[in-house]
Structures are given as structure tokens and as C-alpha cells.
Design a binder for this molecule. Structure first.
Ligand code: NAD
Length: 509
């Protein structure tokens, strides 16, 4: 059953998803789903509370899926993902207006398949209990740490990579032997349909389920007594989710956003830096949590950097108007938000340079990469996460001033440094704290299957991906095995000579 909250969508999703809308007497907009969408298909499904209850009962009946069962789940998920890859490409393009096919294949399919393969290759080791030391006084007892499935994990996902950010945490949670409920974003309803279809093809409803809906459904979902909750989205909503989860002391992994700084060192070829930074910024039209948000350029190289950015855009996206490799802004609200950022920067004296051969167009929501040169600190582009193809450029003289700037701002999700001088690299790595780092690149640390991923402070808490994901979705259970032969009686009251001898041996006189 879909609750009324679940069919409550925003204006943007109506335009994207073709969902019909009716206004309620309260003035709120309520929607009715057309036949064939997730909402209409889920109309006769159990509500989220019932789904959780069913999953809990199933977990109780079968609390420890075997290695073979987990591998089978991962295999089936991989096969379905590959079988539906063109559906994914089409659905996200429908939701966005245009999403580059190659960007969808790499970010929604390749990355998840990589995570599945990595989990499959390492699962046996990860599941193996880990022997631990026992102090001599307790020998010949033994101890180990077991990795136990937690039970039911909740996942709340955003719209910008709607398949990856639903399925990537799912891979870790399944590898760790859990059952999972996923709440995707209301802004990408076609992608949610495909996600739902994949999940229903592969899993029984008491194993993995998709719950659709907007913020109200998200609120209700985050109040469920999950054994762990993964939230990917904005820092603002992350705080609400953590507050809701605290009611049941549900542990949370928060994958949030923020402003990821990029620094070009003095020794790096400026044109090549421009190409790599533009490639990172323009991917998904900048709608990426770890997109390079703004860039510090050595003062004497600013003009050369701007020229390099122009050249990079001309090379990567010629004829932008008809270019299918370039993704559009997800909806009009976000398009207007970004235009507002530019107006604000212009009013406050920054120089705006549109890099593409076509101006930003509200009708198609295509907005090519745009530079904002030397914006003031009080501009919105320097205060808010940009989440679009706008790149502020700040000139600098001394690297230490840049490090101070980064440290005076909220700890970012990612940081990028371009340079080959190892002492400078070490200086940046040691003196700044960020969720992750790529050196001489942007964004690629997230694509490494063996690296953990997660923010720090306002950009998030906890990690997933790699072994850290498996650990996050497991209870690390310490187990002590007393030996049949043991000296336990020596340490029982009434304490006498043996106990005194024990303390003389362990603690001294
Ligand atoms: P959002 O916070 O608006 O929404 C994310 C999800 O939360 C959606 O499913 C939404 O329906 C749900 N939600 C909304 N209000 C809620 C509430 N009150 N209670 C519970 N759930 C609620 O974020 P968004 O606009 O979808 O995504 C953009 C943000 O996500 C950016 O800040 C970006 O940096 C961040 N992000 C982070 C990562 C990461 O891995 N760290 C990845 C992608 C995006």
C-alpha cells in the first residue's frame, strides 16, 4: 500500500515524471500516479512498517545467511543490473531531461558492478572470524571477533546518482548478510521504477524492498527502528535523519555534501590541470557530491588557467546545444538556483565567463561550464555547495594561505591537489581534514573499490564501500572461549594465597 505521503511529490518531479497533480484544500499539491509507474504498481503493497516487520521475522528465522547465499544474492543483483543497463540509461535521461549515456553507464552500472566484484572476491575473508590475543593470565582460553549480520538496514538515496546511491550501500549490506529497505529520491521517479523492478526481480519482498515517496515518506522511513540507516543527501536533511534515528538509537552512516576545494600547485602544468578539473566539474553537469567545488590557482597562472578551461570545454563538449554527452540540470528549481548564484556573484563584482558555445537555456535546462573569477567571500557561490557546472576561481600567492582558508571552513567531502612536489602534497594531506582526496585528479578516489568512502564533520560520518562497508553493516562481536582446563578458581573468593600471588606476578609488589 502506498501512503498518501508516498504519492506526495514536488512540482519538479511532476514535470519530470509526468505525474498528474491535484491541489488539496490545504493548498498542498497531491499527486496521483499514472498507470505503470512505481506508485501505481506499489498501490497494493504493504506499508513500510509492515515490510520492516516481515523482514524482522525473516531475519529472526534465518539470522545468518551462508557465504553461498550471500554470493548468490550478489550474483543475481549483478546479472539484473547488467540486464537492465539500457533501462537505467533511458530512465535517468527521462528524469534529468538529458543524462549522458556514458556517464550513466560508468556511474550507475560500472561502479556498482565493481563494488559487487570486490565484495565477491573478499567475502570469504571478511566473514572469517578473526582470532585475537588472550593475555597469558587467561591462557589457554581463546578469543575471536565474529562479524554478525545486524538485521534490517535502511537506505535513503538522493537523485543525482539514483541507482548507484541506492545499490552501492545495498551491496555492502547484503555482503554482511542483512535485509534492506531502500527509499530513493522523488525527483527521479523513472529511475526509482527501474530500481524497484530490479529489486523485485532479484529478491523476495522480505529480503530487499523499495519504498517510494518524497520528504514525508523520508521522515517516516527515518523514524523506523532499523538496525542501521544509511542516508545520502544534503547536510540539512542529514541532521533531521540523525535526529529521527536517535529515537531508536539507530546507528547512522551519513553521506552528505559540502564544498570540495581544489588546489593547483605551482609545479603542475596548468593546461592539464584545467582539463582534469573541467572534466570533473562537467561530469553530470557538476551535480556530484564530490565535484571540485572551487579552485585555488597560483596568482600568476589565473589567465592561463582560464584559457585552459576554455580549451578543455571546446575539446570535451563541442557544439554544446546538440551534445548528448553533456547532462542537463535535473529540474527548473535547480536551474534557477544556479542562475541566482551567478546573478549574486555578478552583482558583487565577480567576473563571469561562460565557457560553452551556447548560453545556459532554461527550456532545455542545459547549462555549460561557467567560471566565476575572484568572487567575494560573501557570495552564495562561496557560501553554499554549488552542485552545478559553476567553478569559482580564487588566486593565491602562498600555499599556507590556502591551507588556512580550507581549515577555516567546514571540513569538506573531498579535496583535490595538483602537483608533483611530495613535500607540498604531504603538507596539504597533513594539514587539512577531508572525507577523501585525489592527487592530480578529481573524483577518482570514489571509484576505487578497495578504498572506504565517507565524509567528516558536516560532510558526513561513517564509511562504506570496500571492507569498511562490510564492517559498517555488521556487528563486530567479540567472543571469549574459556578453556576446559583453566585457572579460574584461583581468582574466586574467598581470596587467598593464590590470588595474592597472581597480583604480585601481574602488578608487582
Ligand atoms: P536531499 O537531502 O534533499 O534528499 C535526499 C533524500 O532524502 C531523498 O530521498 C529525499 O526524499 C529524502 N528526504 C528529504 N527530506 C527528508 C526528511 N525530512 N527526512 C528524511 N528524508 C528526507 O538531497 P538531494 O537534493 O536528493 O541530493 C543532493 C545532496 O546530496 C547534495 O548535498 C549532495 O552533496 C549530497 N550527496 C552526497 C553524496 C555522498 O556520497 N556524500 C552523494 C550524492 C549526493
Amino acid at each position: 500500500m502506498t501512503t498518501s505521503a508516498e504519492t506526495h511529490r514536488t512540482t519538479e518531479s511532476k514535470t519530470n515524471g509526468g505525474v498528474t497533480a491535484t491541489a488539496t484544500s490545504s493548498g498542498a499539491t497531491q499527486t496521483q500516479a499514472p498507470p505503470g509507474t512505481t506508485e501505481s504498481k506499489t498501490a497494493d503493497r504493504p506499508d513500510m512498517h509492515t515490510v520492516l516487520k516481515t523482514m524482522r521475522a525473516a531475519h529472526k528465522a534465518s539470522p545468518a545467511p551462508t557465504y553461498e547465499e550471500r554470493i548468490a544474492s550478489l550474483d543475481k543483483l549483478e546479472a539484473a543490473l547488467l540486464a537492465h543497463k539500457e533501462d537505467i540509461v533511458r530512465a535517468i535521461s527521462t528524469d534529468f531531461g538529458n543524462r549522458s549515456r556514458h556517464e550513466s553507464l560508468v556511474s550507475e552500472v560500472f561502479v556498482v558492478v565493481g563494488a559487487i566484484k570486490h565484495a565477491r572476491d573478499h567475502l570469504r575473508d571478511w566473514m572469517e572470524p578473526e582470532g585475537r590475543e588472550v593475555a597469558w593470565a587467561f591462557l589457554p582460553a581463546s578469543a575471536e571477533v565474529q562479524m554478525q549480520p545486524l538485521g534490517v538496514v535502511g537506505i535513503i538515496a538522493p537523485w543525482n546518482y539514483p541507482i548507484q546511491l541506492g545499490l552501492s550501500p545495498l551491496v555492502g549490506a547484503l555482503a554482511a548478510g542483512n535485509r534492506v529497505m531502500i527509499k530513493p529520491s522523488e525527483l527521479t521517479p523513472s529511475a526509482s521504477d527501474v530500481l524497484d523492478q530490479i529489486v523485485r526481480e532479484v529478491f523476495k519482498p522480505d529480503h530487499v524492498a523499495v519504498i517510494t515517496g518524497g520528504p514525508e515518506v523520508g521522515e517516516e522511513f527515518s523514524k523506523l527502528p532499523f538496525d542501521h540507516l544509511v542516508f545520502t543527501g544534503s547536510t540539512r536533511v542529514g541532521k533531521i535523519v540523525m535526529r529521527n534515528a536517535s529515537e531508536h538509537l539507530t546507528p547512522v552512516t551519513l553521506e552528505l555534501g559540502g564544498k570540495s576545494p581544489t588546489i593547483i600547485g605551482d609545479d603542475f602544468a596548468i593546461e592539464e590541470a584545467a582539463l582534469r578539473i573541467i572534466a570533473g566539474k562537467a561530469f553530470n553537469a557538476g551535480q556530484t557530491c564530490i565535484a571540485p567545488d572551487y579552485v585555488f590557482v597560483p596568482a600568476k597562472k589565473v589567465e592561463a588557467f582560464i584559457a585552459g578551461c576554455k580549451k578543455a570545454v571546446a575539446k570535451l563538449y563541442p557544439d554544446l546545444r546538440r551534445n548528448e554527452d553533456y547532462t542537463t540540470i535535473v529540474n527548473e528549481r535547480h536551474f534557477d538556483r544556479l542562475r541566482g548564484y551567478l546573478d549574486d556573484a555578478r552583482e558583487k563584482g565577480a567576473h563571469i565567463i561562460e565557457l560553452a558555445d551556447a548560453e545556459a537555456d532554461r527550456a532545455t535546462r542545459k547549462m555549460g561550464p561557467i567560471l566565476v573569477v575572484q568572487p567575494r567571500e560573501d557570495t552564495v557561490v562561496m557560501q553554499e555547495e554549488i552542485f552545478g557546472p559553476i567553478l569559482p576561481i580564487l588566486a593565491y600567492e602562498k600555499l599556507d594561505d590556502v591551507i588556512d582558508y580550507v581549515n577555516e571552513h567546514p571540513r569538506p567531502l573531498a579535496l583535490y591537489y595538483f602537483g608533483y612536489d611530495q613535500s607540498q602534497i604531504d603538507r596539504v594531506l597533513e594539514r587539512t581534514v577531508s572525507g577523501g582526496v585525489s592527487i592530480n585528479e578529481t573524483m577518482l578516489h570514489v571509484a576505487q573499490d578497495d578504498l572506504p568512502f565517507g565524509g567528516v564533520g558536516p560532510s558526513g560520518m561513517g564509511h562504506y564501500h570496500a571492507h569498511e562497508g562490510f564492517v559498517a553493516f555488521s556487528k563486530k562481536k567479540p567472543v571469549f572461549y574459556q578453556s576446559r582446563l583453566n585457572a579460574r578458581s584461583l581468582l574466586l573468593p574467598p581470596y587467598g594465597k593464590a590470588a595474592n600471588m597472581f597480583f604480585r606476578l601481574t602488578l608487582g609488589k
